[in-house]
Design a protein around this ligand. Structure first.
Ligand code: HEM
Length: 239
């Protein structure tokens, strides 16, 4: 068995893979939410940003493939660790240690599954345009976001998913530091404060977007209204 296979088969190897892929995905969500907040600067800025990303061509595909590989490895390692833990202790713990029994840690599996479903639906919605066929535009990401978040069910789904993301990031950011062994033991660990900052920051920044769009705060700052194709914004028909 080669070195990598032996590493992957070990529990600590899987935990390290989960931590490294988790940190990569945290970096992605921080970048993604920073870019998405440009939606509040209007259609032109947001679409220019989306076009800039698409303009890097090969690099974008490399990042997409890297992200996909990270997601697959992260989910596979989580699944296999869960199976191994269940096989080793079918009855479960009668009482858990306070340190590992935070609300966030207990919601890791369900939250993780919700996020997996979220990512699938999110790509179907904004990358492939499978839900709002009639108005979806490859070149007008701003309009796609406006259309999506006019629907309260999408807003609700995003808000619930972002709570799961916040908890997942909190526990994940904190646990990854421990798995990688880069934190010194302390009563008030710095990594816990950093994990809180990342989780609350990302949750807040992502969750104000659907709500802001639904409430009408995010709209074109200047230039043509790219949402003009929508029923509510369409000009009255001439007799
Ligand atoms: C309010 C929250 C969010 C908004 C408004 C949003 C918006 C968007 C938009 C507009 C796109 C399509 C970009 C384009 O093709 O031009 C996109 C792609 C994507 N989003 Fe989000 N997003 C949100 C949350 C998230 C979260 C929480 C994740 C991950 C956990 C995520 C992961 C992705 C991924 C992986 C892509 C595909 C990137 C690509 O094709 O290169 N998004 N998002």
């Amino acid at each position: 068995m080669n070195m990598f296979a032996a590493f992957w088969r070990s529990t600590i190897g899987k935990k390290v893979v989960m931590a490294v892929t988790g940190v990569l995905m945290i970096a992605f969500v921080i970048g993604h939410v920073s870019g998405n907040l440009l939606v509040f600067r209007g259609a032109e800025t947001f679409n220019r940003y989306a076009a800039l990303l698409k303009g890097v061509g090969g690099l974008l595909w490399a990042a997409r493939l890297g992200l996909l590989a990270a997601l697959v490895l992260h989910v596979t390692a989580a699944y296999q660790l869960t199976r191994a833990a269940a096989a080793a202790r079918p009855a479960g713990y009668a009482r858990r240690e306070p340190q590992v029994s935070t609300w966030a840690s207990r919601t890791m599996r369900w939250g993780g599954m919700l996020l997996f479903v979220f990512i699938g639906l999110h790509l179907a919605q904004f990358t492939f345009g499978w839900f709002d066929h009639a108005t979806f535009s490859e070149t007008d990401a701003y309009s796609n976001v406006m259309v999506g978040f006019r629907n309260p069910w999408w807003v609700l789904f995003y808000e619930v998913s972002m709570v799961a993301l916040g908890f997942h990031l909190f526990h994940g950011a904190w646990a990854s530091v421990r798995s990688l062994g880069v934190a010194r033991p302390s009563g008030h660990p710095l990594h816990r404060r950093i994990a809180t900052l990342i989780a609350v920051g990302v949750w807040l920044a992502f969750s104000i977007i659907p709500l802001g769009v639904y409430a009408g705060i995010a709209k074109p700052a200047a230039g043509p209204d790219t949402t003009a194709a929508l029923p509510a914004a369409a000009p009255p028909a001439t007799p």
